[in-house]
Design a binder for this molecule. Structure first.
Ligand SMILES: NC(=O)C1=CN([C@@H]2O[C@H](COP(=O)(O)OP(=O)(O)OC[C@H]3O[C@@H](n4cnc5c(N)ncnc54)[C@H](O)[C@@H]3O)[C@@H](O)[C@H]2O)[C@@H](O)CC1
Ligand SMILES: Nc1ncnc2c1ncn2[C@@H]1O[C@H](COP(=O)(O)OP(=O)(O)OP(=O)(O)O)[C@@H](O)[C@H]1O
Ligand SMILES: [Mg+2]
Length: 368
């Protein structure tokens, strides 16, 4: 339907140009914008295809009711491992998005320099200044400081429903060594982990950290996906067989779930592939991937709770909580981005999109 509609547009536009009836520049630009947004070719044809996830129904099915009998913590406790001297926005975006969607508690484990900055963005976040970078650690102290860092996070581990590892983490080698140990602890405690941003830089060079862990989700952007494909499949990204390649990649990493971000988000756990190609925003400001990782953390926690409590009775498909979390997170972010863009147009920023998360969820799944 959409393709047909777009083709009509193209035909009218081409015919106008051929007959020297080209509209004024502003009209032409608007038409070109519509064609781009509606997407004449490629990935947007996925909408309505057999791969397109039933994202609104999934969102409704996994979002818990606001029950007065529930206590603080039951709607989710998430932690973001990230935030260093360079990046303080990314962990904030991920952690605050989790709260805005409905998690009860959101923690950030970051470096000492980043902590006061992140705390100053929001009093809602619980910020732990525990990570250390090489510049602040002498060679002789590395072992004991590393043990201390890992122990600081580990004492909280059992309380978390999900970890997001990587937004604004940076690439300091000592810090990344400590984070490797944190991922191992999470895995031992069966806590789901979402690996994003610099966490993907770490994991791509050390696949054993997540390989074979079904509660791991990787959320690569275009660059991160390219590095992952080169490393794991030893070839280049093949967009002619995007589904097949993603499926092989997830399978090759032992059935982790991968959310490949782009014009259309593609998600696979090595068994199936689903797409979310609902209308998003044409603005590509930094930080939207961070919103996504925080959102996926919440939906994954909710899906897992539901499946553990209600095994066998889930009427939605797929049934894998990591797939469900990715589909719901992607659909919500894209809706919020679209609402923010309607309002702010070219000046749309990540903070505007975060402000639209609540309204987007309310539109799909009203609170009462
Ligand atoms: N406001 C913020 O604080 C934001 C921070 N972000 C963080 O920025 C970091 C990078 O994410 P991108 O999406 O830009 O990553 P990309 O991999 O898409 O691009 C980063 C580019 O910088 C290079 N690069 C980055 N760090 C490097 C290093 N230490 N040494 C050599 N080359 C390096 C990469 O090779 C690449 O070319 C992540 O931690 C991400 O979470 C982004 O999420 C955007 C918003
Ligand atoms: N061309 C596009 N059209 C529509 N939506 C897109 C497009 N590219 C990305 N997105 C959406 O933006 C989200 C973030 O993707 P992006 O590739 O910007 O991540 P990122 O680079 O990791 O972001 P960040 O700046 O937070 O690190 C994805 O979930 C996707 O839904
Ligand atoms: Mg990113």
């Amino acid at each position: 339907m959409i393709v047909k509609h777009d083709m009509n547009y193209l035909t009218v536009l081409n015919s106008a140009i051929n007959h020297k009836l080209a509209p004024p520049l502003a009209v032409l630009r608007r038409q070109q914008f519509l064609i781009r947004v509606l997407g004449v070719g490629g990935e947007n044809r996925m909408q309505g295809s057999k791969f397109e996830a039933d994202s609104d129904n999934i969102l409704r099915a996994i979002t818990p009711v606001l029950d007065p009998n529930r206590h603080k913590g039951q709607a989710g406790k998430v932690a973001v491992i990230g935030g260093c001297r360079e990046y303080t926005g990314a962990p904030y975006f991920a952690a605050i998005s989790a709260l805005k969607i409905g998690a009860d508690l959101s923690h950030v484990f970051c470096t000492k320099d980043a902590a006061p900055v992140i705390k100053s963005y929001s009093p809602e976040l619980i910020v732990h200044p525990v990570l250390e970078e090489s510049y602040s650690v002498g060679d002789r102290d590395k072992d004991h400081i590393s043990r201390r860092v890992v122990a600081e996070v580990d004492k909280w581990m059992e309380r978390f429903d999900c970890l997001v590892v990587g937004p604004g983490l940076g690439r300091d080698p000592f810090l990344l060594d400590c984070v490797s140990e944190i991922i191992k602890q999470a895995r031992q405690s069966n806590v789901p982990v979402i690996i994003d941003g610099d966490g993907l830089f770490l994991v791509t060079n050390n696949l054993g950290l997540v390989s074979g862990y079904p509660l791991a989700i990787l959320t690569p952007n275009v660059n991160e996906y390219k590095r992952l494909v080169q490393k794991v499949l030893n070839c280049e990204v093949n967009d002619q067989d995007a589904h097949g390649q993603l499926l092989s990649l997830a399978k090759q990493i032992g059935g982790v779930t991968i959310l490949r971000k782009g014009k259309c988000d593609l998600i696979s756990d090595g068994e199936i592939v689903k797409s979310v190609s609902s209308h998003g925003s044409p603005r590509r400001c930094g930080g939207q991937g961070d919103i996504l990782s925080g959102s996926v953390a919440v939906f994954l926690s909710w899906a897992r709770q539901l499946i553990l409590a209600d095994e066998g009775n889930l009427i939605i498909s797929p049934k894998n909580p990591t797939m469900l979390g990715c589909i719901a997170g992607s659909a919500l972010l894209r809706k919020a981005a679209s609402l923010a863009f309607e309002d702010r147009k070219r000046s749309t920023l990540t903070t505007d999109i975060i402000e639209c998360l609540g309204r987007s969820l309310e539109d799909i799944c009203p609170a009462c």
